[in-house]
Write a protein that binds this ligand. Structure first.
Ligand code: SF4
Ligand code: SF4
Length: 702
């Protein structure tokens, strides 16, 4: 069978597909116990028929538990799990996944890596840390603390790190996020001289063993057994053991766990599927967030093999997930309170109180440490803090500029002008604003249509009004263009393509803005020559930017990188480059951009008329509004506030406008646009509520 060659697949994923396709002999051993494979077919068939553009192709990989049992039984040494994980990653890379359905698990992960929940306690001369993981710390905070104390008897300088290994994102195919966050965690450890991590959670074990590079990892159970840190006991009875998928193929962990159990006096009775052939508990791969038709069957299979009254596992997630089906208990409970465990009296905290437990554990650890040992996760995104500072700096610049202008003007005159605004001009003002937004939506549609991204004009108009709202009311780094990219990208699941259309459209708009300004200058009655230079520079920059975008250029340093940034840039530049062949669409866009600038000049003229002031000629208005828009582009204020007002005061002066009048015109212009954009804010809020409702009601949203 030939494997599908999809031009969008990454090379690594293509080679995984090809390997399965070539080497799988369809013996069927992997599907014997896997309901997922029984339903979807053998790995070779799946590799040959995987269609990333179909609904089935988008859902199927998220129904595999990623348990790795298939690779444990495959006589060909193949790893079908990697193929399904690869599919998840490809779907993520090509932005075909709606992660809203996973919000609960992703929020859980987000808290785990946050400053509030994470904590690094590294004593002097420490090179090994205990990493208990989120689940154990939440369900058994006291026992986690005791386990740390117990481990310290074997490793005196042992530190402890409360953090999340970000396995949820890893399993959901969010490779970019996972690489960034696990990379942060790794560098936090390496910077502090840590060479070994002792984990209590098998999932953390899996992540550290696969991605920890120089950091060695072993389970806490191996340390306990090797250093004789559990008590000799004389319990009687037999138990089964459930080995979690995270430690599949880890014989040292299997043996350590069994020796600890035996030391307590209990006898281990092995089930048919134990150790490397163990079944998944059903939680793996977050399959239950989309459908539990396969995930739920694992626990039933485990139940069928159980022979004893207790099943000891060493994963807090497995214990929690298996509990409703089999008498599962955690090994830590056996170590800490063996009698209570056998009597069924062990108390375990359940969500949402697990979060409180984690904070309690953190407080207790900090209380019993010296301050020099305590630190937090380094946030590699240090730019985040800087960007906040820059945002506030820009707000400050806008406020200072406005304050200077207001104090230089005559407040009484401003008040008189505003109160004297002719209300009958309001329909004209708002009608012209609506027209300008309509033209904007139309010019954007021309490019989207050229990309074959069909989207209705009304929908685009609404998106534009929403983006206007964000531009006017949120002084953040996420401007209206970001909102447009997000909403249009979500509409047809191609954010890179949406980004290309928005950026190219912006570049062309810069050309038309300066062209109209320069044309206005030529025919203007009282032009201010000094404004010609900024207009010319913006024209040259706009032309250069447009031509560069249309070549589909990718900078060399991005080409050299691997991962999501490179993939996203390549997808973006390819989409932008493809527009080069759509010359008529580009030309229509340029013409419509000119029409948009004309409509903006007409809005300003309507405001001047409303104030009862003499309106300069249309060529003058083109020059004034275009030049002021160019000034407002200077990234020193917020959304151009302050800068635009300064420009109006300077540019309108030759026409006999006082500072007070010029300031009033600019402020009223911005005010009317802001009022108009409130409709976008309302639309956004209503759509958001509707989305949440449909999410609650939908079973599968991928
Ligand atoms: S559910 Fe487990 S056994 Fe089945 S395909 Fe996925 S990883 Fe393999
Ligand atoms: S066990 Fe291996 S060779 Fe057999 S069907 Fe599964 S993947 Fe193919």
């Amino acid at each position: 069978m030939n494997v599908i060659k999809e031009k969008n697949f990454s090379e690594s994923f293509q080679s995984v597909l090809e390997e399965i396709s070539e080497k799988c002999n369809k013996c069927g051993l992997c599907s014997k116990d896997c309901e997922f494979l029984k339903f979807y077919g053998l790995p070779k068939d799946i590799a040959g028929s995987f269609d990333i553009n179909s609904k089935k192709g988008c859902l199927m990989p998220f129904e595999c538990s990623l348990c790795n049992l298939c690779s444990a039984v495959c006589p060909q040494g193949l790893n079908p799990k990697n193929m399904f994980l690869g599919m998840r990653r490809e779907l993520n890379r090509l932005e075909k996944i709606n992660y809203n359905v996973y919000s609960r698990i992703l929020n859980y992960e987000k808290r785990g890596i946050s400053k509030k929940y994470s904590c690094y306690l590294i004593p002097e001369n420490c090179n090994t840390v205990f990493f208990p993981g989120c689940a154990l710390s939440g369900t058994r905070s006291g026992k986690t603390y005791d386990l740390y104390e117990r481990l310290k008897k074997g490793i005196p300088n042992l530190g402890i790190v409360l953090d999340c290994c970000t396995k949820p994102s890893h399993d959901l195919g969010r490779s970019g996020f996972f690489n960034e966050k696990f990379g942060e965690l790794k560098s936090c450890l390496v910077q502090r001289g840590i060479v070994e991590v002792i984990v209590a959670c098998p999932n953390c074990y899996k992540i550290f063993s696969e991605y920890g590079d120089t950091i060695k990892v072993k389970t806490a159970y191996e340390v306990i057994e090797k250093n004789n840190l559990s008590e000799l006991n004389n319990l009687t009875g037999s138990v089964n053991v459930h080995d979690p998928c995270g430690v599949r193929f880890n014989n040292k962990a299997y043996n350590a766990v069994r020796n600890i159990i035996r030391k307590s006096g209990l006898t281990v009775v092995e089930t048919v599927h134990c150790k490397e052939k163990s079944f998944c508990c059903g939680e793996g791969g977050s399959v239950n967030y989309v459908d539990n038709r396969f995930g739920g069957k694992w626990a039933r299979k485990i139940k069928e093999e159980i022979t004893e009254s207790k099943v000891i596992t060493y994963c807090a997630g497995c214990e929690n997930f298996l509990k409703p089906h089999v008498p599962a208990v955690h090994l830590i409970d056996l170590i800490s309170e063996p009698e209570n465990l056998l009597a069924g009296k062990v108390k375990v905290t359940r969500s949402p109180f697990t979060y409180l437990n984690r904070l309690k554990l953190k407080r207790r650890l900090i209380k019993n440490s010296v301050p020099s040992e305590i630190s937090e996760r380094n946030n590699i995104r240090s730019g985040h803090k800087n960007s906040k500072i820059f945002t506030w700096l820009r707000v400050l610049i806008s406020l200072v500029l406005l304050a200077v202008l207001v104090s230089a003007a005559d407040p009484v005159k401003i008040k008189q002008s505003v109160s004297g605004f002719n209300g009958s001009c309001l329909p004209l003002v708002f009608g012209l604003i609506a027209l300008s937004v309509f033209i904007s939506a139309l010019k954007w549609k021309v490019l989207l249509d050229a990309q074959n991204n069909r989207i209705g004009l009304i929908r685009l108009f609404r998106i534009y009004v929403i983006s206007l709202f964000f531009n006017n009311f949120l002084p953040s780094s996420i401007g209206g263009d970001g909102v447009r990219i997000y909403l249009a990208g979500k509409h047809y699941n191609r954010t890179s393509s949406a980004a290309a259309s928005v950026v190219v459209e912006r570049a062309i708009a810069t050309i038309s803005l300066s062209l109209l300004g320069l044309a206005g200058f030529l025919f203007s009655v009282k032009p201010l020559v000094i404004a010609v230079w900024p207009l010319t520079i913006v024209l040259i920059a706009g032309i250069a930017l447009t031509l560069t975008l249309l070549t589909g250029w990718t900078p060399g340093f991005i080409k050299k990188r691997k991962g999501r940034l490179r993939d996203s840039w390549v997808a973006f530049s390819t989409a932008a480059g493809e527009l080069k062949n759509e010359q008529s669409a580009l030309l229509v866009n340029l013409v419509l951009s000119l029409a948009f600038q004309i409509s903006v000049a007409m809005v300003a003229a309507a405001v001047i008329r409303g104030l009862g002031l003499p309106v300069p000629g249309m060529a003058d208005m083109f020059f004034i509004t275009s030049a002021s828009s160019v000034f407002a582009m200077i990234p020193a204020g917020i959304n151009g506030y302050g800068l635009r007002e300064c420009a109006y005061v300077i540019l309108l002066q030759p026409y006999g406008f006082s500072s007070s009048h010029a300031l009033t015109i600019s402020v009223l212009f911005a005010l009317f646009v802001s009022i108009f954009s409130l409709a976008g804010g309302l639309d956004w809020a209503i759509s958001k509520q509707r989305d949440n409702k449909s999410l609650e009601n939908s079973e599968v949203t991928i």
